[in-house]
Design a protein around this ligand. Structure first.
Ligand code: SF4
Length: 192
């Protein structure tokens, strides 16, 4: 059995179908202290609960809101997004590998390697390192191949799709990105 760390409902859809097609047994694990604020955290839990109902599979839930845990892990890097994300990946993957050991799973993996918006190579490197240290195999597949498919399914099932990665910083950054695009557009228009 594979322990599948799940960051959110939409990101799990393609991987669930993949496992079912390959006849691989799996159990989900929700552990994401990086999701803020509290309302958003609850909303993502609700979205995954909907996916669970539709796809009918087991999930080990950690529904404790982890703002303090997240800050404790990342505060030194609040102005260094790359390092902050590295700590965030490590925090969630370490909990996953420990859970895999606890429940005697054959391997572990994560929906984070499904997203085209994450640092895929870094997540893979951290998971491989943890796998080596804890002696639990890391199930790797480049799930990004199914990104479009998963998003389409999420849309068709009307599953809530969040507008940012998770932490308060990424919530702010999405507006920066939007504003940067708007400024570029304004600049282009003023030149024409
Ligand atoms: S942007 Fe995403 S991966 Fe990076 S620290 Fe925030 S929640 Fe974690």
């Amino acid at each position: 059995m594979i322990l599948l760390h799940i960051c959110c409902g939409p990101c799990s859809l393609y991987i669930i179908d993949y496992f079912r097609e390959k006849q691989l047994s799996f159990v989900g694990y929700f552990y994401n202290p990086n999701i803020h604020p509290y309302k958003e955290f609850r909303q993502r839990i609700r979205a995954l609960e909907e996916v669970q109902k539709i796809k009918d599979f087991e999930i080990i839930w950690d529904k404790e809101y982890g703002l303090r845990k997240f800050i404790g892990e990342t505060f030194m890097y609040w102005d260094k997004p790359g390092k902050r994300c590295e700590r965030c990946y490590f925090m969630r993957l370490k909990a996953t590998v420990k859970k895999a050991l606890e429940i005697k799973a054959d391997a572990f993996t994560t929906t984070m390697i499904y997203s085209v918006h994450q640092n895929h190579e870094l997540i893979k490197a951290i998971a491989e390192d943890l796998s080596y240290r804890y002696k639990v195999p890391f199930f790797y597949e480049d799930f990004r191949a199914g990104y479009k498919y998963g998003q389409e399914i999420a849309k068709s099932l009307n599953i809530y799709r969040q507008g940012y990665c998770g932490c308060i910083f990424s919530e702010e950054e999405r507006y920066y990105k939007k504003r940067r695009k708007e400024l570029l557009k304004e600049l282009k228009n003023s030149k024409s």
